[in-house]
Design a protein around this ligand. Structure first.
Ligand code: G5P
Ligand code: MG
Length: 223
């Protein structure tokens, strides 16, 4: 098997800015390992693990899970990936997390999605997720083929507990407080690329152009 060329990237952005949607398109086109902090936490909650039970208290209120728990959890998940080419979605979210990650992993790229908050609030109302895989759907944007069922497994889709309007408002407030220092941190490291737009389709075109220039070695053959 060919040795993996290291490539370490993060995708950031407000709640429901399209991190998961853009990440899934990146993974279709490029061979990268992938960790979504939110998907990993939701799986822990579903399995009633100690981490899940602890994280649930914060997630259901729209609060961030404490840094010490998150840093340990995600750095352990990175070790399990078994590749040096990967994409993190939703981590880091605070300056402490960014600094802790940088100590153990020097990143190559930080993608930041900038989507207006009114667009985001509308999206969360129609979001449905398949919890085991993290696949996301949206009524009227990317509907499942059969209403209420995951396209791949046929299993039921659910609304996330933290997509209730009052919790979404909290998540956006939290994001406003925490995100600027993280964005500044990656700007100083000279790895930040920002993408503005109202739809994932328009943002994706620019992300794809940038990635083709950045990591042609990881492009999947399309046959
Ligand atoms: P998550 O799971 O990381 P968020 O809040 O950062 O949660 P989220 O909600 O998962 O982010 P996203 O991945 O950015 O959003 O967006 P998405 O799912 O792709 O798209 C949102 C919806 O819009 C979907 O239904 C999609 O189909 C639709 N959509 C996408 N593009 C378009 C479009 O162009 N048009 C339309 N109409 N629809 C579109 O974290 C959850 C919680 O876990 C904890 C926190 O409590 C957090 O709140 N957590 C952490 N805590 C501390 N530190 C960390 N690092 C943490 N990570 C997670
Ligand atoms: Mg997500």
């Amino acid at each position: 098997m060919a040795a993996t060329v290291p490539f370490k990237a993060v995708i950031m952005g407000a709640p429901a800015s399209g991190k998961g949607t853009i990440a899934s398109r990146i993974l279709k086109n490029f061979s990268l390992g992938y960790i979504s902090s939110g998907d990993c936490l939701r799986r822990q909650i579903q399995q009633n693990t100690p981490i899940g039970l602890e994280a649930q208290k914060y997630i259901n209120q729209g609060k961030l899970v404490p840094d010490d728990l998150m840093i340990k959890f995600i750095t352990d998940e990175i070790k399990k990936l078994n590749t040096e080419a990967w994409l993190l979605d939703g981590f880091p979210r605070t300056l402490s997390q960014a600094q802790a990650l940088w100590k153990v992993e020097k990143l190559d790229l930080a993608i930041n999605l900038v989507v207006p908050f009114d667009v985001i609030i509308d999206r969360t109302k129609g979001r449905l997720v398949h919890l085991p895989s993290g696949r996301v759907y949206n009524q009227g944007y990317n509907d499942p083929k059969v209403p209420g069922k995951d396209d791949v497994t046929g299993e039921p889709l659910v609304q996330r507990n933290d997509d209730k309007p009052e919790v979404v408002k909290k998540r956006l407030e939290q994001y406003q407080q925490q995100s600027t220092p993280v964005v500044e941190f990656f700007k100083e490291k000279d790895i930040l690329k920002e993408f503005h737009g109202k739809t994932s389709d328009e943002i994706w075109k620019h992300v794809l152009d940038m990635l083709i220039r950045y990591l042609p070695v990881h492009i999947k053959s399309q046959n």
